[in-house]
Write a new protein. Sequence first.
Length: 284
Amino acid sequence: MIKAFLGTGLLGANFVKAMLDRGEQVQVWNRSAAKAAALEALGARVFSAAADAVKGADYVHLTLRDDDSVNEVLAAAAPGLQPGAVIIDHTTTSAAGAIQRTRDWKERGFTYLHAPVFMGPANAREGSGFMLVSGNQEVITAVQPLLDKMTGKVLNFGPEEGKAAGMKLIGNCFLVAFTAGLSDTLSLGKALHIPVQDINALFEAWNPANMIAARLQRMTSGDYSKPSWELAMARKDTQLFMNTVQGNGALTVIPAIAAEMDRWIEKGFGNSDWTVIAKDAADR
């Protein structure tokens, strides 16, 4: 069995290294040739053209930048694809793009499966982390043994095309918001002259991540009439954050949250649970 890998940046290169460790035959291509060439000494066959890299390959993996780059590289590779080749795309893309590519490549006689990942380079090297799939369950069942070798766990979100892409975007959205929130937390700590190690000690003892499932359930319940923290009180504390940091740094997301709180207080929800600010997003 021959595999091709298109896109050998940090993530792709480590996927390839793990494949080579398992004794697999891998043909690689990368837009920046030097990144692909570095894998040649490890046993990969390196090609200067994507169409040449996929010749004879049963499976073609991609780790690229976005929808446009995936479409561009696949168009360049198309002349070299052998009949029946399976395209497995690990790129984070739009859900609409994944759906369209699944349809387009099926019409051309090829199988396209979008399989984005919650994996960093180290995960790719050691086969840990998470890989997401959805769509044709027969296709997923057929490639599952291959994917299992690449990651710690394959999360199957069912037969809906594009759902895996959507779930990856949701996860990344949380990571972006989470990191921006931590940045504001550090800014508040800096303004209060509280060392980072003390902030770490707080979260080691009190881990708010354990509250995510319960908080999400409260936010989406539709009932905000039994507050554990009233919106008006949460807004008061939010103002304290901003007043403390003013002139001693900058806050990234807290001012926007304060404005959203004000909008809901003006609508008469000041005595409701503060999670009411998610009501519009939670309504289905």
